[in-house]
Design a protein around this ligand. Structure first.
Ligand code: ADP
Ligand code: ZN
Ligand code: ZN
Length: 667
């Protein structure tokens, strides 16, 4: 065996691959392209990199370009090798998201044992499922399943956007298509936005496919993750369920990828490496010649637009099974006395529902007692000293808290600016909602589901389980209550501040607000009659009206027209360059330099907006600026951008620059 030169993409923020040596006298089998190997890098050891090329050497060498060659430490077992579809996915990702190939490699293998993750078992509350064998698909379901089957049979890539309200039978469709793929000896990946929030779905999948299912999630111990990884690579695990990272699982002969609640922003990873799992699901599906099913009651407008262009097939499940959609009513907050955020009609409806022995879900988009502490005389607000964000008031324990960086301080009784004693909490929160409820309807048993009540391991599942079991009458919570739970007992859903979120300075704010209202409303009346009450200050707002009518198509039509006019996605692409530094002058200088360079180099290909301060102009003591690029950039142009950002980081001390391709939020 001759000595080999091995090119390795190493997980470091540097472009290109690095060359290592595989000495001739080694007796373990040499790596090939697609293998994972452990290599030293600088003073670090055991970095896992991806082999992109292997060359034979006519004679032994010890250096390349004057640098001493280092040896590959070892090759990971064959089960870690990237098959061609995953290899192409990695390459596509690196090019599209302007990342060094090495930086995407960690997504393709489980973390090393002994690192941070704790061991835990997912709890799956029992699901009132009829016996699956007794289910006869509805006409609408059959039609979608038939299309997916035809696609599977053809052996090529195809994507279907499944639009159906909550409870219309989407999950049942996914399960049928997966069953078909398994019959053909193929495998499936089932993505969920967040596995802790959807234990019922996981329970259903496990119940249906038994031992061939494995869940990947962040609570899984590293050893457990490795076992799942290896079992999937061997073909023993045929259905991998999990959040976005499950997309990279090494399943054999992938037949189906399901992206449940495809509109959810948690599919976007907003840390390095930044990527969108829904978009990548389509790439992996294409590379593996699999069927991709995207499902939602409120599809992402980009997906909806793609379907309209014929790039996805559209499947529609128009009716809710076993119950009608709830009636949505508005409560106009203008001119109403709504102390502590509750209008009289909402409070009455809650009391009536509880008295009738049915359950209530109350949604507030903010945790804590009050949004902020504000002076009624001079307007002063207590801000976080590290972030440009007002501190939220919490009562138990009593403190002011920054929801961004966690800074806390005591609650002040008088205004620090003018000494006025009228220094009062303003705006609501889940904690306040809970307290008001307990005071006004003492007989109601109330549970709260938010970040504060679910810090402890398992508390999430416990709260949901208790509510499902009827141990409480009212569930108060943040977004967490909007996700896919099935609570047959819920007859009323109340939204405390329906227009919160509509006015955020982000082109996707209205889309998110509509999606959230629709998802929350969908919690009511899963069996029997349901009622949804939205409290609003803007009862004529078109998005609020679309939510009342539960009219997704109408909403999409309106919103897409706006986006087209304003030149936003899905009509034009966006790329965000986010800069930050401890000093404002530094970040401003760097941002204008970057915007200038981009303007000179890419002016013919994109519109350059900014530099401008980010919406949160300072977070955790870092000043933030952003530059937005509108337009389509080629791989080569993105590479140039990546080089430019690296040079900027090197030139300005303390400056960090991120390239966010297809940003989901412009903060
Ligand atoms: P979604 O995923 O759209 O919320 P599900 O697939 O969970 O909808 O279906 C809602 C409920 O209806 C579930 O209890 C499910 O078991 C049941 N269901 C789905 N399809 C059928 C069917 N064809 N016949 C009877 N019940 C069904
Ligand atoms: Zn004051
Ligand atoms: Zn802060």
């Amino acid at each position: 065996m001759p000595t080999l030169l091995v090119d390795v993409a190493v997980p470091v923020p540097l472009p290109g691959t690095f060359t290592y040596r595989w000495p001739a006298d080694r007796d373990d089998p040499p790596p090939g392209s697609g293998d994972l190997v452990r290599v030293p890098f600088g003073r670090r050891r055991g970095l896992v990199g991806l082999v992109t090329d292997v060359r034979e050497l006519p004679e032994d060498v010890t250096e390349v370009d004057g640098a001493p060659l280092r040896d590959v430490t070892d090759r990971l077992p064959g089960s870690y090798r990237l098959a061609p579809d995953r290899m192409r996915l990695a390459a596509w990702m690196a090019g599209y998201y302007a990342l060094p190939l090495g930086e995407v490699v960690p997504l393709f293998h489980p973390p090393r044992p002994g690192t941070r993750r704790r061991r835990a078992r997912a709890e799956h509350p029992a699901y009132p499922l009829q016996d699956p064998t007794s289910i006869t698909l509805t006409e609408a379901q059959r039609e979608v399943v038939a299309r997916a089957e035809a696609q599977l049979a053809s052996g090529g890539f195809g994507s279907i956007l499944l639009h159906g309200v909550t409870g219309s039978g989407k999950t049942e469709v996914y399960l049928h298509v997966i069953a078909r793929a398994l019959e053909q000896g193929r495998s499936a990946i089932y993505l969920l936005p967040e596995i802790a929030l959807t234990p019922q779905t996981l329970g259903r999948i496990t119940e249906r496919f038994g031992d061939s299912v494995a869940a990947i999630h962040s609570d899984l111990a590293a050893g457990e993750r490795s076992r799942v990884h290896e079992a999937a690579a061997r073909g023993e695990v045929r259905v991998v369920v999990g959040p976005r990272s499950a997309l990279f699982a090494p399943v054999r002969d992938l037949g189906v990828i399901v992206v449940d609640e495809e509109h959810e922003s948690s599919y976007k990873q907003d840390d390095k490496p930044r990527y969108h799992a829904r978009d990548l699901a389509l790439v992996r599906g294409r590379e593996a010649e699999a069927v991709v099913l995207l499902g939602s009651a409120t599809p992402d407008l980009a997906s909806w637009h793609r379907a309209a262009e014929g790039r996805h097939q559209l499947g529609v499940l128009p009716d809710r099974l076993g119950g009608a959609m709830p009636a949505v009513e508005l409560i106009d907050l203008r001119g109403q006395a709504a102390p502590d955020g509750f209008s009289e009609p909402l409070l009455e409806a809650v009391a009536e529902t509880v008295a009738a022995g049915r359950q209530v879900i109350l949604y507030h988009n903010r945790r804590g007692f009050a949004r902020q502490l504000q002076c009624r005389d001079c307007g002063e607000i207590v801000m976080c000293p590290h972030c440009d964000i007002g501190l939220t008031v919490h009562l138990r324990p009593r403190r002011l808290l920054c929801h961004y960086c966690g800074f806390e301080r005591e609650v002040l009784d008088a205004c620090p600016a003018c000494r006025s004693p009228a220094f009062l909490p303003g705006g609501g929160g889940t904690e306040r909602t809970e307290l008001v409820l307990q005071a006004s309807i003492p007989e109601a048993r109330v549970l709260r589901l938010d970040h504060d009540t679910t810090r402890r391991r398992g508390s999430h599942a416990r709260i949901l389980g208790a509510f499902a079991a009827g141990e409480a009458d009212v569930l108060v919570g943040t977004q967490m209550v909007a996700k896919g739970h099935h609570f047959p007992g819920v007859a009323l859903v109340g939204v405390l501040a329906a227009d919160d979120g509509l006015s955020l300075p982000d082109y996707r704010a209205t889309e998110r607000a509509f999606q959230l209202l629709t998802q929350v409303a969908g919690r009511a009346g899963r069996t029997g009659a349901g009622r949804v009450l939205l409290q609003t200050w803007q009862p004529e707002h078109p998005i609020i009206l679309a939510a009342v009518d539960q009219d997704y198509r109408g909403f999409a039509h309106l919103e897409l027209a706006q986006r087209r006019l304003a030149g936003y996605p899905p009509f034009r692409r966006l790329l965000r360059l986010g800069l930050s530094a401890p000093r404002q002058a530094t970040v401003e200088r760097a941002a204008s330099q970057l915007a200038g360079a981009v303007g000179r180099e890419l002016a013919d290909h994109c519109e350059v907006l900014g530099p401008a301060p980010a919406v949160f102009a300072r977070l955790q003591n870092r000043h933030r600026q952003q530059v937005l690029l509108k337009g389509e950039l080629s791989r080569a142009q993105k590479d140039w951008l990546a080089r430019c950002c690296r040079a900027l980081r090197d030139a300005h001390r303390g400056v960090d620059v991120v390239i966010d391709v297809d940003p989901v939020g412009l903060y």
